[in-house]
Design a protein around this ligand. Structure first.
Ligand SMILES: [Zn+2]
Length: 240
């Protein structure tokens, strides 16, 4: 099954392996244990992310939820600041952000089979809805409706990347990358405006790839930075 995922995400690994790799790097380089790490995650509200949440990720403190639809960090500066004040004094803050995309047994980006369902459904549903609106010419160019603020925000991001997405080989994969990049920019701005407790600050950006309910989920690392929590300068970057 992993081969189907790696057709689109060649560096994807099972999500529990991803968490173990992250721990190993933090522990090997800085001697920090999972219970000294306060995790903030910015992942989609979709229940599939809860169902497939790696058990290894629960050894850390938290998670503090920064995300909303497709993992965009909708809590903004206030959310980041609240999280930053919960970090153990001798410990680390780990900020993880990742949009998600379903790729099931048929290898079609944006579709998975969920538990107890016969037909496939969209994943990320919010992103697919935005792409449908882009095609239909009904996309929201700005967020004005308090009843659907998050979806309209996603749509306005997709709208700005219209040409890039329409000229891409696969619009779902490309749009997921757009959300990842824009989430990263937002996370960086939020961090710049935040004072952190603790001695260490790590920022990890990735794409979550949800399989069918029988397949579990995978993660492809896109960014792993160790920052000075005071100056917010990147001290070291890692890869695995
Ligand atoms: Zn989603």
């Amino acid at each position: 099954m992993q081969e189907i995922i790696q057709r689109f995400y060649p560096y994807a690994v099972p999500s529990n392996e991803f968490v173990r790799n992250t721990y190993r790097i933090i522990n090997f380089n800085y001697g920090i244990n999972p219970h000294q790490i306060m995790l903030a995650h910015s992942i989609c509200s979709d229940d599939v992310n809860s169902i497939e949440y790696p058990e290894e990720g629960r050894q850390m403190l938290g998670p503090f939820n920064l995300g909303g639809l497709d993992g965009y960090p909708f809590t903004g500066v206030t959310g980041m600041s609240a999280f930053a004040h919960h970090v153990p004094e001798e410990g680390a803050a780990l900020v993880f952000y990742a949009p998600h995309v379903g790729i099931g047994r048929h290898g079609c980006p944006g579709k998975i089979q969920r538990l107890g369902q016969h037909d496939d459904s969209t994943c990320c549903g919010a992103l697919l809805k935005a792409l449908d609106a882009l095609k239909a010419g009904t996309i929201s160019k700005e967020a004005t409706d308090p009843l659907d603020y998050q979806q309209q925000t996603l749509e306005s991001i997709i709208w700005k990347a219209k040409e890039r997405i329409e000229s891409a080989e696969d619009s779902v994969i490309e749009a997921t990358d757009v959300i990842l990049e824009e989430s990263g920019k937002m996370i960086d701005q939020m961090i710049a405006k935040t004072e952190f407790m603790g001695k260490y600050l790590f920022v990890v950006g990735a794409v979550v790839i949800n399989g069918d309910w029988t397949m579990g989920s995978f993660l492809e690392l896109r960014r792993f930075d160790y920052l000075d929590p005071r100056t917010k300068k990147i001290i070291k970057s890692f890869n695995f």
